[in-house]
Design a protein around this ligand. Structure first.
Ligand SMILES: C[S@@+](CC[C@H](N)C(=O)[O-])C[C@H]1O[C@@H](n2cnc3c(N)ncnc32)[C@H](O)[C@@H]1O
Ligand code: SF4
Ligand code: SF4
Length: 276
């Protein structure tokens, strides 16, 4: 069942952020400093392009990736390698060069935490070049003030304000902990799909079994090992065999119940889907 090489690879450019959204688990992690080294990023991208060229690369995790000084050349490198880039940004960094990158990603979601981010997302979509193939999403977390302020404007518009989709996530952590909101406890547990397909590299080269464990494992570092080596390592095998171990046990993200809702466009109609 486990993929021979992951198909969703998170390469965190930086855990630094210009915002401090109240619900974000960033507040509860120890180290949140530093930038991924250029050489490490390039080498990991080369490996993905060689081992699984159809994999999706997610160049963000616990911070705002546009803060990396090499954001543009690094992303351009991965795009030129033909990789599928899915990016999430708070929409505060909208230089011309950044926008050129956004228009080349396969998928981009603007997480609306502020008025500035919302206005910038609207500008980006209005100026979208005709040849851009990017799928543009605007996303909200249900407990944020900006959700009350802007969600209805987006979903009531017959063209979703020109976005391809509008997403409403449920807040997935309380006090930085997954599984604390107590929903879905009665469901029978199944094997977590994250352990089948996802691999996460933090900006300092350590790794995490999934994007929901925000403290990386320090037993191996991608500066000395390849993705393939860590993916098939004894540590990862033990995590899968002992599932749910003490880290996975309290987590409720295996059920996908915080995936929330999405509004999409199909044949001129708006389709509203509620996950799970
Ligand atoms: C951690 S942020 C990193 C990327 C970027 N800074 C951003 O805000 O899009 C990635 C995603 O996590 C979402 N997020 C942050 N805290 C959350 C929470 N407690 N529950 C659900 N989603 C959350 C954000 O809204 C964003 O869509
Ligand atoms: S949700 Fe994104 S923008 Fe908000 S604090 Fe977290 S990383 Fe920063
Ligand atoms: S159960 Fe939770 S912590 Fe464990 S791999 Fe799945 S999402 Fe990550």
């Amino acid at each position: 069942m486990i993929q021979s090489f992951p198909s969703r690879i998170v390469l965190e450019l930086t855990p630094l952020c210009n915002l401090a959204c109240f619900m974000c688990p960033r507040h509860y992690i120890g180290e949140k400093d530093g930038y991924m080294e250029e050489n490490l990023f390039l080498r990991l991208v080369d490996e993905v392009a060689q081992e699984n060229p159809k994999a999706v690369v997610l160049p963000f995790w616990r911070g705002e990736s546009c803060l990396h000084k090499l954001f543009v050349p690094l992303l351009q490198y991965a795009i030129d390698k033909g990789l599928r880039i899915h990016l999430s940004t708070n929409g505060h960094f909208m230089s011309e060069e950044n926008c050129r990158i956004f228009y080349q990603c396969e998928f981009i979601t603007f997480s609306i935490h502020t008025d500035i981010g919302y206005q910038n997302a609207l500008k980006l979509i209005q100026n979208k070049p005709k040849d851009s193939q990017t799928t543009f999403q605007i996303s909200f977390v249900d407990t944020e003030k900006t959700t009350n302020k802007y969600l209805q404007d987006c979903v009531r518009d017959s063209s979703l304000l020109e976005f391809d989709s509008v997403r409403l996530y449920k807040q997935h952590t309380i006090g930085g902990e997954f599984g604390k909101n107590g929903e879905k406890k009665h469901q029978k547990r199944h094997f977590c799909p994250k352990l089948v397909h996802t691999f996460v590299v933090s900006s300092d080269g350590y790794f995490s079994r999934c994007n929901h464990i925000w403290e990386p494992c320090k037993e191996m570092n991608l500066k000395e090992s390849s993705i393939k080596e860590v993916w098939h390592s004894k540590i990862m095998q033990k995590i899968r065999q002992e599932y749910p171990d003490k880290h996975c046990d309290p987590c409720d993200q295996w059920s996908g119940h915080t995936c929330g809702e999405v509004w999409n466009k199909k044949n001129g109609q708006i389709i509203h889907k509620i996950f799970n």
